[in-house]
Design a protein around this ligand. Structure first.
Ligand SMILES: [Zn+2]
Length: 224
């Protein structure tokens, strides 16, 4: 399961790794917490149209990667909070799909990386995801109404955090870098004329340097 704040976050952060996993037969669920409605600075844009467009782009990107399920939680873009409602929504999906690994955005602001990484919605999504993993998804007395719905507790085994300044896990995505870029290209409303491919190739090459990988994605992994 991959939990992110915005449509396109998952493609930037972890889609090369996800493509490897789907090729190996993994069933992946994407969870997008916000509606992406603030993803435009155009003076006359229509938020409702943008929400629809971004959902379609996210579904297209997921299809490129072999991700079978995409859930949109629909919280307003720009105001995400790691509150009980969001945690509960995430616990519900974790208990339903029972992932072994959850990929989360970092809940910790880092001043060592670009500010884009520490968008407030990313911090909130990361915090809520980790709270959902531990303690609530695995704790029966948490959200007893979910148990009453048949959603029994579930122990997530590992959390993989993206956007961290302290990576400890490097995934070789040399075989899936082209798929990553193809998935990113689905986010046409966000990329515009920007040359995402050059940026992503340079960035993933820098990640892989010193590890012997042509391209890599990096994570901080936590085992429970
Ligand atoms: Zn984002």
């Amino acid at each position: 399961m991959v939990v992110v704040a915005h449509p396109d976050d998952a493609e930037f952060g972890s889609s090369g790794t996800v493509a490897k996993w789907t090729r190996a037969g993994a069933a992946i669920t994407y969870v997008v917490c916000t509606d992406g409605s603030k993803g435009s600075n155009h003076p006359t844009y229509d938020p409702a149209t943008l929400i629809h467009t971004r959902q379609e782009e996210q579904r297209e990107a997921a299809a490129v990667l072999g991700v079978r399920t995409v859930e949109f939680l629909g919280y307003p873009d720009g105001g995400l909070r790691a509150d009980e409602q969001l945690v509960r929504d995430l616990v519900r999906l974790m208990r339903r799909d029972r992932p072994g690994i959850v990929i989360a955005q970092s809940p910790a602001r880092t001043l060592r990386l670009t500010l884009y990484i520490s968008h407030p919605d990313h911090l909130a999504a990361g915090e809520a995801t980790i709270r959902a993993v531990y303690p609530h998804a695995r704790t029966r007395p948490s959200f007893p109404d979910l148990v009453a719905e048949g959603l029994d507790p579930h122990d997530v085994s590992e959390v993989w955090v993206v956007g961290t300044a302290e990576p400890d896990t490097w995934i070789d995505i040399s075989d899936t870098i082209d798929v990553k870029i193809a998935a990113l290209r689905a986010h046409r409303s966000q990329l515009g004329d920007w040359d995402a491919e050059t940026f992503v190739r340079r960035w993933t090459r820098a990640n892989g340097r010193g590890r012997g990988y042509a391209h890599a994605e990096v994570f901080k992994t936590i085992r429970l």
